[in-house]
Structures are given as C-alpha cells and as structure tokens.
Design a protein around this ligand. Sequence first.
Ligand code: SOE
Length: 373
Amino acid sequence: MKSLRIGMIGYKFMGRTHSNAWRQVDKFFDVPARPVLKTLAGRDAAAVKEAASQLGWEGTATRWQDVVADPEIDIIDINTANDTHAEIAIAAAKAGKHVLCEKPLAMTVEEAQGMVDAVKAAGVVNMVCHNYRRIPAIAQAKKMIEAGDLGRIFHYRARYLQDWIVDPNFPLVWRLQSKIAGSGTHGDINAHIIDLGRYLVGELDEVNGHLETFIKERPLPEDPTKTGEVTVDDAAITLARFKNGAIGVLEASRFALGRKNHIQLEINGSKGSLVFDFEDMNRLKYYNEADPADRRGYRDILVTEGVHPYVGSWWPPGHIIGYEHTFVHTIADFIRAVVDGKPVHPTFEDGLEDQKVLAAVEQSSKTRSWVKV
Ligand code: SOE
C-alpha cells in the first residue's frame, strides 16, 4: 500500500487529537494510502521529543521550516496558534506539500486570500479542519437538505457555548490576545457555526453582529501579580441573511456557565426541520410536515447504522462514536483527496469565505450596522 509521510507543526492544542486521528485512520477506514507519522515540530526540543514518543511520531524538529523543506514529507498538518497559519501554509504549498490547517484559517481576509493563492498556484490539496462537518449527524443533515427533505430553508439557528474564562483570574493566554489569535470566541468557536451554516444552508449575504468583551484585564500567565489587556471578544452574537433568503441567528460565548462545549443547531424549512445537539451527537431530530397530521412530531434518527455517513467503518450498528472520531473522518477524506488529487471540503477557499464572514461581523460590530459579506 502507498504511504503518505506527515509532518505536523505544533502539538499543544489540536495536534494531539490530529495525531490520534492519523494513527487510527487506516485501522478503520478503507483509505488508499497509509499515513506515516514522520516528523513532529515544536520549539522546545525536550518537550517535542516527549510529545513525539507519547503520540507515536518517528522524529522531531524544532524549526517548522526544516519539516516543510524535507523532501520526504508529503503532507503538512498545521496545529499552531493562529498567527503562524499563513506563513507555514504558504511555505508548505510552495514546497509542493498538501496542507491540512486548523481553523480559523487565518488572522485576516488578506492572509486567507494569500493562502488560497499559494495552494492554487502550487496545485496542492488543501483543507481547513472544521471537524464538526464530519459528525455523522451533520453529514446526514447535509444529505437530507440536499435531497430537498426540508424544502425551502427559512431559519438557521445556532449556538456554540463554553464557560472556561468566566473566572476573572483566568490568565491572559494566547487565545485572549488579538496579535496571536486574531479574535477571541469569534474566530475560535463562532467560526465553527459560521462554517456549518455555510455548509448546511448556503453562502451568507449580510450580517449584523455584536462582539462583547466582559473582562477587560487579566493576570499575566508568566506573572499573575501583573495584569494585561484582553484584546479579543468574549462573546459574539450575529443576525444573518443568507443569499438564498434564509435568515440566521448565531450566538457564541465563553461566558455561558455550565456549558462546556455546547453546540445546538436548528434548521427550519418549508417541508420539515432538523435539530442537532452536540451533547447527544449520535442523534439527529427530524420533523416531517408530510407525516399524517395525527402523528407529526420530531423523530429521533440514531445516526449509528451502516447507511449513515462514516459510522459504518467503526463498530457494529448501534454503537455510538465521539468527538475524536470526527477528526478521523476528516483525515480519511483528506487522504482520499490527496491520493486522487481532488479538492476536499472545507477547502482553503471555504476558509476564506468563513474569514470574510468573520470580518464582516467585526466590521458590523464596530459600525453598529448591517455589513455585506
Ligand atoms: C477551544 O475553545 C476549542 O478547543 C476550540 O479551539 C475548538 O475548535 C473547539 O472545537 C473546542 O474548543
């Protein structure tokens, strides 16, 4: 079987989840190539060696440039903080590597455009890791929407809530600094429900958003006796109009006590509705207006059968899967695309479109008005 050699840059954030997925993928999925976990890169030599031995990587590097320049590497998987995505991805594309990049794709629309230009010029396969697209229930929802089961779509209602920074003494980590993260809750988790809205409903036309920062100063991680300014948003609310006439309400926050990684979607159309709740991710709720009037109601589709997207490759029917499996699905599709030389969604162009929506919401929050995407 053909092998694909992987170089991963950064392992502290999503890199562990990605490593696990690269290792599992060919054990369960019928992929046309086997990934070889060749080099893991991180700035601290001792720490990256320790991580590599734990995560199953053959070798390590302390400079990402060395991994990108390695002629033996086929794929670069970028898991660094947001401010380095563009530089690494552009260099990787120029070196002829296929690129998988964590979300949000970039810090700005201009950076994202540069990344799109680079992968197009190089003709390499490129993908943004919006793993929630590959939850079986979400992929099933997409299938049903495309088949016309919902009819004309009227509403996209989405919320993504966490609570890990409610404590004002939580330190000023990189995700709370705009020069490293670009934005806060907005680019980190609102980006996911923006991407899911584009995937399931269609392109956005205009937005009216508001970004809020509740805690404006936080202790510095390196010296908690001192504080620094929080330069990103803590919460983001958005009203949206899609090009197909649907309207959307999106809410993202890291200040929703009790909500750890809460994602809920509801889509209402002229023929039916779909409801998804990540805390019950193996289930999709479907309301069909064509059901006999005395039997109408939301039905539960337990998305665990061989007929459902992805799950047939895992355990026997009825056995549920979890968060980590969404990364395996993402990587399985990416490997197939690399071997076939075909695009795989979400491409960097999708990442660029997501970035335009993020920027439009930021602009709208500043000008307190509707902004075209
Ligand atoms: C942190 O907020 C985080 O790990 C995000 O970066 C992921 O994209 C999200 O899926 C879970 O939360």
